[in-house]
Write a protein that binds this ligand. Structure first.
Ligand code: FAD
Length: 292
């Protein structure tokens, strides 16, 4: 099913993100974890794409497996260093695997590269245009409540998100954030700039302290004092920290839903138990979280 249809039903949704294996040796164990997550019957599942296409065939295989299990899959696709031919080849293999939805991304700049000016695809919006021309896919994109690190201002970044939706991007999923007020403010500014597509709030239950340090470095997300206190108190107790992270994520989601936000995406880090626990906490609130 097209994700645009799922998002336009007028009911709250919960979707789950997984990542593919990096090597053939761990394919089976990663596939097993993703199919465990698919058994939770979320509204849809997204599958990431390794840096510069490094997991291309595994992204397709995992997304195809999710579709076969009866859950709608969203395959991520980046255009760093890609040619139009390589993009078309990946679109063909996704089509063959039964995947109808693509999250079109530029991808991170490889180390030492500072500009995309010489590339075939300089921005995600250019990838969106090609996918749109090429096939009958529903296309989503990424957005950044705390600004993309390369943009000089949030205003400029939002203007670029408008270009992405004008090019044919039908929904946006946010970078993770830990303070809902940042998201509310961002959403207001997106709407003010004329971005009208559904915006899915990306929530990350951070279940270990090391992961948090990496996240801050990569996404530059603001960590509220309340979350820092949880990490300080439970950082060395893995089971306790996992429970605290699930509770914090649930609390964030409840606040979003109470304030009229309808679509939530969980970065599961391939942990079925974390996704299941959050679903259980929302079983009377989001229809797809109700036990089947
Ligand atoms: P763009 O939308 O192209 O934006 C990148 C920068 O260029 C921004 O600063 C923007 O303001 C600017 N820009 C955009 N359009 C224009 C324009 N027309 N003119 C001038 N400037 C412009 N990475 C992976 O490698 N694999 C993944 O699977 C993956 N999944 C992700 C999922 C989500 C939900 C998010 C939020 C990010 C994900 N990323 C992934 C990371 C992403 O690839 C990086 O953040 C990357 O640096 C930017 O990708 P983008 O698609 O947002 O790029």
């Amino acid at each position: 099913m097209k994700i645009s249809e799922i998002l336009n039903k007028g009911i709250p949704t919960l979707s789950l993100e997984v990542f593919p294996p990096k090597t053939a040796e761990v394919f089976e164990s990663v596939e097993k974890a993703t199919l465990e997550i698919a058994k939770l019957r979320p509204d849809f599942m997204s599958v990431t794409y390794g840096a510069a296409g490094s997991t291309r065939k595994y992204t397709t295989a995992i997304a195809g497996g999710i579709e076969k299990s009866g859950v709608t899959a969203l395959a991520h696709l980046t255009c760093v260093n890609a040619s139009e031919e390589s993009i078309k080849a990946q679109l063909n293999s996704l089509k063959e695997a039964g995947v109808e939805n693509i999250l079109a991304l530029r991808g991170d700049l490889p180390e030492g590269v500072e500009s995309t000016e010489d590339w075939v695809f300089r921005h995600a919006s250019e990838l969106v245009e090609v996918i749109k021309r090429y096939g009958d896919f529903c296309i989503g994109g990424a957005c950044y409540p705390e600004k993309h690190p390369e943009a000089s201002t949030l205003k400029e970044d939002i203007a670029n998100m408008k270009k992405k939706t004008d090019a044919g991007c039908e929904f946006l999923t946010t970078q993770m954030f830990f303070d809902n007020n940042i998201f509310y403010n961002y959403l207001y500014r997106l709407r003010e700039a004329g971005v009208t597509v559904p915006v899915i709030a990306g929530i990350m239950p951070v279940t270990n302290a090391k992961q948090m340090a990496r996240i801050i470095k990569l996404s530059q997300a603001f960590i509220p004092r309340r979350y820092v206190a949880l990490l300080d108190r439970f950082g060395n107790e893995p089971a306790a920290l996992k429970q605290a992270a699930i509770a914090y994520a649930t609390d964030q989601i409840l606040d979003l839903l109470a304030n009229g936000i309808e679509h939530i995406h969980i970065y599961t880090m391939n942990k079925p138990e974390v996704a299941a626990a959050i679903q259980a906490n929302l079983s009377e609130i989001i229809p797809s979280c109700r036990k089947q």
